[in-house]
Design a protein around this ligand. Sequence first.
Ligand code: ASP
Length: 359
Amino acid sequence: MHEQIASPINKTIFIVFVTGILSVSTVLAQSPLALVIHGGAGTITKDSMTAGKEAAIRAILKESLETGYQQLSDGANSTDAVIAAINVMEDSPLFNAGKGAVFNAAGANEMDASIMEGAGLNAGAVASVSHIKNPINLALKVMTASEHVMLMGEGAEAFARQQGFEMMDPAYFHTDFRWQQLQRIKAAESETKETTGQDSLAEDQHDQWFSTVGAVALDKHGNLAAGTSTGGTSNKRWGRVGDSPIIGAGTYANNNSCAVSATGHGEYFIRHVVAYNICNRVELGATLAVAADTVINDILVKAGGEGGVIAMDRKGNITTPFNSEGMYRASIDTDGQMTILIYREEGEPEGALMGNVEH
Ligand code: ASP
């Protein structure tokens, strides 16, 4: 028997046979594919929406899903699918990320982004960048081409230049909608100051339409990845960094539990380490749906933190809880079924936070 395998012809047949078995079993063992995205949470109601705006937002969410899912179908890894899906929303002026990012109190755009891989816990993040067309791509570069996890401000942009990123003129990010929004918030702020003599609270200043973007994907190897990109909150103080670039708060991925991208009032998401909090509960035995619901609709509600998450586990289970009135959310599940939702659906837990948070 040993002699037979050792003969050159039999050896070749044996190797071809084993390779065949291995590739068949690899194909059979391929993980189902799944992708879930969000375009932000906040005061999103039918009354506050026009048919035209809703159609435009749905179209971008669909394009983002299809672009990311195409990557997964072509065999790309979950990281590339997350980047592709997020790039579509960053390039649209309708979302608070890349083009269309909100303005800070000084009238500038300061953007944050992060990405994390469930296999190996690699992560990259950037904070307070102002000239990067797709901040999520720079977060990826920090992960793949530096020894660090997070770079910020001028240092992040110097790294970007070194890596060949194009520097955008600030005018690229300017949208009239966001500029007017800043003026309205500032006007309300000075009115509060005049009538009460006090600066308005941070809670009163934050944008009701967060519109941050994020994606979570599961690839054919069964690897999870999550990413988030944002302009932060309207009228934020210069230098303020929210949860979106903070690994564990706005973004987290671990193949042993789940992957999460968050959107909402960042200060609360940082304090309650929302993305990691959910994955940790899953690792300790909770189902994905229970873990995410507990953090969003119990812990955050009690704390007064508005927002939501998209989350997926390694089987491709998806959950998208939010405690605000609405959340742009869309997915292609493991059966290839596409869903695009904006408002609260029947059966979804009430926006338990409503009435609790001042806008
Ligand atoms: N979480 C983001 C921040 O606080 C805002 C958002 O999700 O829209 O910066």
